[in-house]
Design a binder for this molecule. Structure first.
Ligand code: ATP
Ligand code: MG
Length: 237
């Protein structure tokens, strides 16, 4: 029987974009994942708070996994009204019967470079394999130098049987889309097209709901429309 290999892709996803999807596919291919779970964080502890609501961020994650067999979006962190910590999320998977050797937490090399600042470091490295994917300007090949204390745990897939191993740091060197959520929020504010930067369903969601418009432009417009409509009702048009 083949081993259970569950990928967990965590992030703020404000919004989810093609770089995230590429990283998920790269990890799935390199590791042979049976399942990939995308988990938007509720309240990210180490960064400015997201612009889009948790509802919109979950909706976009759910749209983005569509068409990828075995992929899911999870509201596990969004249901908790507190800062989202990966160690707590991984502990929930353990409570549900997953062993650390079956779990692969997927993240970009930029995020992993900060791992020493994460809650429960270094114990968190025993809670799951860490599948680290190169990101434009952040190749995984830099990590042994950046994190010399973790060098002995780093390994390059493919490996034979993860299930029998202690959790590793897997370095996956692929080219992912050169895009960030920060850039996408800026493109929206500038009125530039998102074509090719996010899945088409996510692009449609962002446009349809006026997300990331400058100074709540979408809301101001709809407020103005509502006022005009109310005026019409009262014969003031
Ligand atoms: P922001 O600009 O708001 O920080 P982001 O694009 O970095 O957004 P996050 O939600 O912060 O996206 O990232 C979630 C995870 O996805 C992180 O582990 C990050 O390193 C990884 N990631 C994001 N973009 C890419 C990319 N283009 N290639 C590989 N990994 C990526
Ligand atoms: Mg980021």
């Amino acid at each position: 029987m083949s081993a259970r290999r569950i990928g967990i892709l965590g992030g703020t996803f404000d919004p989810i974009h093609s770089g995230h999807i590429d990283a998920g596919h790269a990890a799935a291919l390199a590791i042979g994942l049976n399942r990939l779970i995308v988990i938007p964080s509720h309240i990210p502890p180490h960064r400015p708070q997201p612009l889009a609501s948790p509802y919109h961020r979950f909706a976009m994650a759910a749209l983005a996994v569509g068409g990828n067999a075995g992929w899911r979006a999870s509201d596990l962190e969004l249901r908790i009204e507190a800062a989202s910590y990966t160690s707590a999320t991984l502990a929930k998977f353990h409570e549900r019967g997953c062993s650390p050797a079956e779990l692969f937490f997927i993240l970009g090399a930029d995020a992993f470079a900060d791992i020493a600042s994460w809650r429960d470091y270094p114990d968190i490295l025993d809670q799951a394999h860490f599948a680290v994917v190169s990101r434009p300007r952040f190749p995984v090949s830099d990590l042994p130098t950046l994190l010399p204390q973790l060098k002995t745990r780093m390994s390059i897939p493919p490996l034979d049987e993860f299930a029998q191993m202690e959790p590793l740091i897997l370095l996956i060197d692929v080219q992912t889309a050169n895009v960030s959520s920060t850039a996408i929020r800026q493109y929206c504010a500038d009125g530039s097209s998102l074509a090719g930067l996010v899945p088409p369903t996510v692009q449609q969601h962002i446009e349809q709901h006026g997300l990331y418009q400058p100074m709540g432009q979408g809301r101001r417009d709809s407020d103005a429309q509502a006022k005009a409509a109310a005026g019409r009702l009262h014969g003031q048009d």
